[in-house]
Design a protein around this ligand. Structure first.
Ligand code: PMP
Length: 409
């Protein structure tokens, strides 16, 4: 049943009067999810500070990170242990450092610092992750948005652009449960990305596998071995693999990882040696004690799923009921987001209406470089943090705003 503009205006006025004060902005775990890792607050314990080889982890050193933790995540991320570093608390910082190192020093296989490249550019599949775009923005890197086509990477455009333009040195990729669309790259897509000819010999895929183990269904696709595929294709240095435990354990108090070819790892190690004497190995030990093994991580993630899945289901049910025929949205099998596409030209207005009614939604355009959604259509929904009741109220209210923003008199 379609609602008239007058009905919608009345619903909206009621909403505004309630001033809900709800927040759908950031993909944060809920308190129940954080509780799953509460043991970290007391681990490893007063007398537990040695690694398996007996090294005292209280002291400096061990720049590559704790071997036991790297072994667990090597299996989960499909990266050889020797090519996987366990670092600080945030993968975003590792991405930022990698781009800065490339700008200042260049990368293996390149012909000099990227800062010397005229019109240096990164490809940005859109809608994408705003903080990737912020790295480029803050470092003055041109961003070329490449919209998904029917929800998939536009490989023809990507291949054409990198073949033509030697200034394109990077591309942001979230290969599993992309933020925000939930897209999972296929083997064929991964092979195309690692194999495509590029005008720049030192082109890099910034392979952000933030959601590699964040499944929401029984179908748990294995992580694709992007480093192996790249080596087979003759471009072993192309992918830089990033990940973290931010949404496995505690965001901000987790462990970040970097994977890459032996040359890329040596390159990163060399530059980070000027920056730090080593990572927080006690935090890494804490994580080993909590998670224990790759299977331990898988079990832990199923406990997350039990909390998160009903929230996604609640959002999808409301979208289905209220926006069928008016908007389209992703039905992700994992990750942290639902991507909602409303009528072109109405997303910013819908978000502004929601804000007026006390519902904070990620700002209009956030999923595009420079916050400039050229279609003004995409809204990122983060269902994990609010309680189900709050979430249902917020999504129902957002639907009213979407409908009102696109209603014609
Ligand atoms: N990458 C993606 C795709 C993300 O969605 C997020 C967090 N929302 C991050 C990276 C941030 O990771 P970290 O906490 O390790 O910096």
């Amino acid at each position: 049943m379609s609602e008239t503009r007058t009905d919608l205006q009345r619903q909206y006025d009621t909403l505004r009067a309630r001033n809900l004060g709800l927040d759908l902005t950031r993909g944060k775990p809920s308190p129940e999810q954080l509780d799953l890792s509460n043991a970290l607050l007391s681990l490893p314990g007063e007398h537990d500070y040695r690694d398996a080889s007996g090294t005292d982890l209280r002291n400096y050193g061990g720049a590559d990170g704790l071997t036991e933790l790297r072994e667990i995540f090597a299996e989960l991320l499909a990266v050889p242990v020797a090519q996987l570093l366990a670092l600080g608390n945030a993968s975003l910082a590792v991405m930022h450092d990698s781009v800065v190192d490339a700008l200042l020093h260049g990368v293996p296989g390149g012909s000099g610092p990227w800062r010397d490249v005229q019109d240096l550019a990164f490809l940005c599949p859109v809608p994408g992750y705003d903080r990737h775009f912020s790295i480029c923005e803050s470092l003055g890197i041109r961003m070329i948005p490449v919209p998904f086509v029917n929800g998939r990477l536009d490989l023809d455009t990507i291949a054409r652009l990198v073949a033509e333009d030697p200034a394109i040195r990077g591309m942001w990729c979230v290969p599993m449960y992309s933020n925000p669309t939930g897209l999972v790259y296929t083997v064929e897509e991964v092979e195309a990305l690692v194999g495509m000819p590029t005008a720049a010999p030192d082109f890099r895929l910034f392979w952000d596998n933030a959601y590699a183990v964040h499944h929401l269904t029984d179908d748990e696709p294995p992580v694709i071995d992007v480093l192996g595929a790249a080596a087979t294709a003759g471009h072993p240095d192309r992918p830089l693999v990033f990940a973290s435990t931010s949404k496995i354990t505690l965001p901000g108090a987790g462990v970040a990882f970097l994977g890459g070819s032996a040359d890329n790892i040596a390159w990163f190690r060399r530059h980070s040696a000027a920056q730090t004497i080593g990572p927080d190995k006690i935090n890494q030990l804490r994580h080993v004690r909590l998670l224990k093994s790759a299977d331990g991580v898988r079990r832990h993630m199923r406990a997350h799923r039990a909390i998160v899945e009903p929230r996604f289901a609640a959002v999808l049910a409301i979208l289905e009921r209220r926006l069928t025929g008016v908007a389209t949205w992703s039905r992700p099998a994992g990750g942290y987001f639902i991507s909602l596409d409303v009528a072109p030209g109405t997303a910013a207005a819908a978000i502004a209406l929601a804000k007026e009614a006390g519902i904070a939604v990620t700002p209009a355009g956030s999923t595009w470089p420079h916050r400039n959604d050229l279609v003004d259509s995409n809204i990122r929904i983060a269902p994990t943090f609010p309680s189900i009741e709050e979430l249902e109220a917020a999504i129902d209210a957002l639907c009213t705003c979407v409908l009102l923003a696109s209603a014609v008199d």
